[in-house]
Write a protein that binds this ligand. Structure first.
Ligand code: NAP
Ligand code: F7E
Length: 348
């Protein structure tokens, strides 16, 4: 049985990837952050919390990370942990650099010392192309990061390449364009829109405040993208891949498509609030996934319109059930009793 170690398992991608690997028969280990309020709602929603072996660790804590790698003794490591919210990276640039940048070097050093045969996937990002004018962007496009988040991810992108070329390690960057789902965090623009539109439709909310409506993104569906992470590690040769749909749409188009699908006029509800405008934004992203299509035989199954439909329906259904008195995992964050959290004192 293959063993995988996932960092960032409580996030959108981590949850879908864990589900995917469990279905493939993997023994799934994962690190999670010990916080005052547990954050297992995605794993609970997918019904897989009790199937994952959880190890408390933080990307900033080298010792705990080292212990996690030893306990998991993995064939594959998927590094998805990050301070992933671009806007927050302007408020916390040093923390972002530590976790998203240095955290990757910590992991690489640990793997290099422990077992150089372990394959590592790094969650790189289309944000590396922040200021690029050329469309579409591919693996050969030069990077122009436009945020502390992107700068930290650019550092880790290069560290992956340096360890691959310098030490012969199987280290790959997946340069993933935006990908969304009903499990997307509520502060990201897509989920903020579908959640608010559903609430407005049901009379639970009146308005939705957004920042800049002009930026364009290449939005795909998260489950399609985690499949690709795995595919990258099944090859004989480690390489970096752009993962995208090849289509681009503005924030305003996302708003319009969502509200129209609920028979609402977005102009009656959307207000602009400068609070959500970033010091420096990224205006036009569109990826060219030709290399992934050719070499991994990967292609996205869900594109823009279907994505909006899936997310809007999930939020509408949830709020309808909420109105009937149903509760959800994310309403009641508790550490359930029946999960496999590794305890040093007991297990050693
Ligand atoms: P997400 O939902 O924000 O999840 C981030 C995960 O990282 C969470 O599990 C979080 O734990 C964990 N984390 C944060 N800081 C940590 C730390 N110091 N130590 C250990 N864990 C930490 O992000 P996502 O959308 O799933 O994205 C996954 C990865 O892909 C991220 O690295 C992101 O930067 C990158 N990426 C995402 C996209 C996208 O469109 N989704 C595109 C390109 C790249 P808590 O639950 O405790 O906060
Ligand atoms: O913003 C604009 C905002 O926060 C998209 C992360 O997963 O994808 C994500 O980063 C656009 C930006 O995602 C609001 O200014 C307008 O131009 O949903 P977002 P992001 O910044 O593209 C990349 C690939 C990652 O790697 C990241 O980890 O929407 N926008 N008004 C707004 N954005 C937010 N969040 N909230 C607004 O009210």
């Amino acid at each position: 049985m293959k063993r995988a170690l996932i960092t960032g398992v409580t996030g959108q991608d981590g949850a879908y990837l864990a589900q995917f690997l469990l279905k493939k028969g993997y023994d799934v280990y994962a690190i999670y952050r010990r916080s005052s309020t547990p954050n297992f709602w995605r794993l609970q929603t997918l019904g897989i919390l009790d199937k994952i072996k959880l190890i408390p660790a933080d990307m900033a804590d080298m010792g705990a990370l080292m212990e996690a790698v030893k306990i998991a003794d993995p064939d594959e490591v998927y590094n998805l942990a990050a301070q992933s919210y671009v806007a927050a990276s302007f408020d916390q640039p040093l923390f972002t650099a530590d976790v998203d940048g240095l955290g990757v070097t910590r992991l690489l050093e640990i793997v290099r010392n422990y077992n150089k045969e372990i394959k590592i996937y790094q969650a790189s990002t289309s944000e590396l192309y922040g200021g690029v004018k050329k469309m579409p962007q591919d693996e050969k496009t030069a990077f122009i990061p436009n945020s502390p988040y992107a700068a930290a991810k650019l550092y880790s992108y290069h560290m992956m390449k340096i360890y691959r070329e310098g030490y012969g390690m199987f280290a790959c960057n997946g340069i993933l364009f935006n990908h969304e789902s009903p499990l997307r965090g509520l502060e990201f623009v897509t989920r903020k829109i579908t959640n608010a539109a559903a609430r407005i439709k049901l009379g639970l909310q009146k308005d939705l405040e957004l920042g800049n409506l002009d930026p364009k993104r290449d939005w795909g569906f998260a489950p399609d993208y985690v499949r690709c992470m795995w595919m990258m590690l099944q090859r004989d040769k480690p390489e970096d891949f752009v993962i995208a749909t090849g289509e681009t749409h503005s924030v305003q188009e996302f708003v319009d498509t969502t509200f129209s699908s609920l028979k609402l006029n977005w102009k009656d509800h959307v207000k602009i609030n400068k609070k959500f405008v970033r010091p420096l934004d990224v205006f036009h992203l569109c990826g060219n996934p030709a290399k992934a299509r050719k070499e991994l035989k990967w292609k996205p199954q869900i594109k823009f319109k279907e994505l909006v439909k899936i997310m809007t329906k999930a939020d509408l259904d949830r709020w309808k059930k909420h109105l009937k008195g149903e509760t959800f995992h994310w309403d009641a964050p508790n550490y359930p009793d029946n999960i496999n959290i590794y305890k040093r004192s007991l297990d050693k």
